[in-house]
Design a protein around this ligand. Structure first.
Ligand SMILES: Cc1cc2nc3c(=O)[nH]c(=O)nc-3n(C[C@H](O)[C@H](O)[C@H](O)COP(=O)(O)OP(=O)(O)OC[C@H]3O[C@@H](n4cnc5c(N)ncnc54)[C@H](O)[C@@H]3O)c2cc1C
Length: 305
């Protein structure tokens, strides 16, 4: 890796030492516990800092990747060239205003759901068990059980690559199944407003507890993964299709089709991204042979092989 001394000098004038890392292994920053090093890893603490960082990225023509909690990504073994801007607790403040909650993009969905419950606001219970940041959840239009982000997001503030701050209404976000406009425009989501309904805190807590139990029973939460590996093909469930091919428990290296839920690939310890890719290809081949259905990854694949 070739370091850019001028970029490092400039970025250090903007960020504190705990916000900037060089040659940082990404397995430490993904729920799969897989991934080679990022050249530069940055944790911004405000939208203004994101604007400044993007300015330097443009000035030095450095490639850019934006990440949330790393719970829906497979970072390849060669790592990520250039700058990774990762949203975490440094940009996670939450505040209530009437039926709305405004949060920094790095706030964990779990925490926003609990905050909503404490505020007596209902509508975000579905999200309590999704282990992502709210920015990543908007990007993916994450959903579970009876809900999805599309039904609660009211507005978003994002930063474009040229440093412009752009505000979106819900309609402008182009939500679809696991889709938002941010998948095309590369902007960084910095602040999210969710709009909810008044509710009874005890009933909200009860619903969240029920959904958490259902998740714990069905999903291999005790093992590193990136959740559902494949998108749901129309008319089918990926997990059921995979199970029908007899692949439950099947391994490539350290990567395994979970024996608890065939829709999940889990890291049994020391899995490489190459193992996961090999397993994905084998699943796609066998499911297509047996059922004539093409599976496409929901997990987003980043970096170099
Ligand atoms: C055990 C487990 C269970 C899961 N269950 C569910 C579920 O029920 N439903 C569901 O929908 N998903 C589920 N997921 C997947 C994942 O948690 C969601 O997709 C989540 O929304 C991803 O958020 P993240 O912050 O981790 O995003 P990341 O994985 O960090 O990033 C995902 C994508 O979003 C982009 N991105 C992230 N943050 C931003 C930002 N601030 N601005 C612009 N782009 C950004 C990244 O570039 C990347 O392409 C599960 C995952 C695990 C590990």
């Amino acid at each position: 890796m070739q370091l850019n001394d001028a970029f490092i000098r400039d970025i250090k004038t903007i960020l504190k030492p705990e916000q900037f890392f060089i040659d940082e292994p990404m397995y430490k920053h993904t729920t799969f516990k897989i991934g080679g090093p990022a050249d530069y890893l940055i944790f911004p603490s405000s939208a203004e800092e994101v604007v400044d960082v993007f300015g330097l990225v443009e000035k030095y023509s450095i490639p850019l990747t934006v990440l949330g909690n790393g719970s829906n990504v497979l970072v390849l073994d060669g790592g990520i060239r250039g700058v990774v801007v990762k949203f975490n607790s440094f940009l996670s403040a939450m505040r209530q205003a009437g039926n709305s909650i405004f949060t920094g993009a790095g706030a964990m969905l779990r925490d926003v759901s609990r905050y909503a419950a404490a505020c007596g606001l209902t509508g975000l219970e579905f999200a309590v068990g999704i282990p992502g940041s709210i920015g990543g959840a908007v990007f993916m239009n994450a959903g579970a059980y009876d809900g999805e982000m599309k039904s609660v997001v009211h507005s978003v503030r994002a930063v474009a690559l040229d440093g412009t701050v752009v505000c979106y209404t819900a309609q402008e976000i182009g939500f679809g199944y696991r889709h938002s406009v941010f998948q095309e425009n590369g902007q960084a989501i910095c602040e999210v407003e969710v709009q909810l309904e008044p509710g009874e805190p005890a009933a909200i807590e009860e619903k969240m507890a029920g959904l958490t139990k259902r998740r714990e029973k069905k999903q291999p939460l005790e093992m590193p993964s990136a959740g559902s590996t494949f998108k749901r093909p129309t008319g089918y469930f990926a997990g059921t299709l995979i199970e029908s091919t007899g692949l439950k428990g099947f391994c490539v290296g350290g990567a395994q089709i979970s024996s608890k839920h065939a829709g999940f690939v889990v890291n049994t310890g020391g899995a490489t991204a190459a193992d996961v890719l090999g397993l994905i290809k084998e699943v796609q081949r066998r499911v297509y042979e047996k059922n004539g259905v093409k599976l496409f990854p929901e997990v987003r694949i980043l970096g170099d092989e």
